[in-house]
Design a protein around this ligand. Sequence first.
Ligand SMILES: O=C(O)[C@H]1O[C@H](OP(=O)(O)OP(=O)(O)OC[C@H]2O[C@@H](n3ccc(=O)[nH]c3=O)[C@H](O)[C@@H]2O)[C@H](O)[C@@H](O)[C@H]1O
Length: 437
Amino acid sequence: MSKQMSHLDNIPSTPGKFKMEKSPFVHNRLRWHSSLAKLTFWSFIFLGLILIFFFRSPSSNPLPQDPSRRSLRTYNWGGPAWEKRVRSSARVRSRNGISVLVTGAAGFVGTHVSTTLKRRGDGVLGLDNFNDYYDPSLKRARQALLERSGVFIVEGDINDSALLRKLFEVVAFTHVMHLAAQAGVRYAMENPISYVHSNIAGLVSLLEVCKSANPQPAIVWASSSSVYGLNTKVPFSERDRTDQPASLYAATKKAGEEIAHTYNHIYGLSLTGLRFFTVYGPWGRPDMAYFFFTRDILKGKSIPIFEAANHGTVARDFTYIDDIVKGCLAALDTAEKSTGSGGKKKGPAQLRVYNLGNTSPVPVSDLVSILERLLKVGANRNIMKLPRNGDVQFTHANISLAQRELGYKPTTDLQTGLKKFVRWYLSYYSGGEKAAG
Ligand SMILES: O=C(O)[C@H]1O[C@H](OP(=O)(O)OP(=O)(O)OC[C@H]2O[C@@H](n3ccc(=O)[nH]c3=O)[C@H](O)[C@@H]2O)[C@H](O)[C@@H](O)[C@H]1O
């Protein structure tokens, strides 16, 4: 028996029990009771610590079924200092300004939209899970850029409802610019679940919180030109059929449009979907062709250029980021208020979908020629048959609806836009150490 044990055993719990200690049986019982009391005491302490941990720092459990690409991460958020940063970032600094929650703020479009909103005096709070679909250091660099312009990015997942609810508790957002998504057409065959997780479950999680918020925000979100799928009628108009998606990515974006209809119908949420057409520009996504073509041309690596059957041209309606940003801001500015409150619809609300394209498709081989001229390096072209992995042969936006209702008017052609991209690319990667993806 240890010294400590005998000492503890001799301490009476109540004065009345002390006398009975002489019987060995009673002595043993007392020891047993004492051990039990200690065990109970420490169990309570342990349980208490667990509870404190959970209540003080709520965290998400992102991507439980998606360990192949992303690490299972938890995000710490909450606390007075954190709330202060959230409030300050979302504070409106101009007359008639809006307060916007931008999801996917460390993404390509998210970064550009956030800085532009902030510059004109709107309140902007970012949300991003910094996943590693592509080089997270690029996302961190965008985050640093945003911080310099006064935009705080909360680290967290759109599937974390507790976090979303907390954000709406701290700030009465007037608008949500929902850009967080699993992008990329071809990657959907590698990691299909990540598309369902972000583009469907994540969207529903966000809309659930928005519908219960009081006031409900108006939501503008990123759909995709890929919803036109196998549609052959050009240019693509919002009235054309979108029930033949060619990739799971497209199918999840199309599902998003239907989900938007539901939340508009049941809860009176004001919802605007923007069908982006192959957006490119500085701070872009390294998984996109113009970006990795640039990298590989500079490295002297061969680049796969897809062509359709019978040497058919593959073309895209490449749209420059600044034009897209103007479209996003116009959508926010023309969005009507949601009509519901606290989860109840009070009347019909706005539901819109717009094409945001450039309206001048360019063959992928021409894109490569422009890059060759700008980089002053010849490309090592590897012409390949368009793989059956979700790519469509061409895209071409009819933008008359966006023109009419949003005043949307793209002004940057591919040559001019790529020039700006290449200038950014060379300066960003000039250190060499950051060689993309
Ligand atoms: O508008 C959209 O909604 C989508 O736009 C973008 O998809 P895409 O238009 O497919 O862009 P991107 O991959 O850059 O391929 C460009 C072209 O290069 C061709 N391409 C591609 C790869 C390759 O190795 N070779 C090739 O020729 C390829 O066949 C294509 O013709 C976004 O990634 C997507 O997230 C979504 O937002």
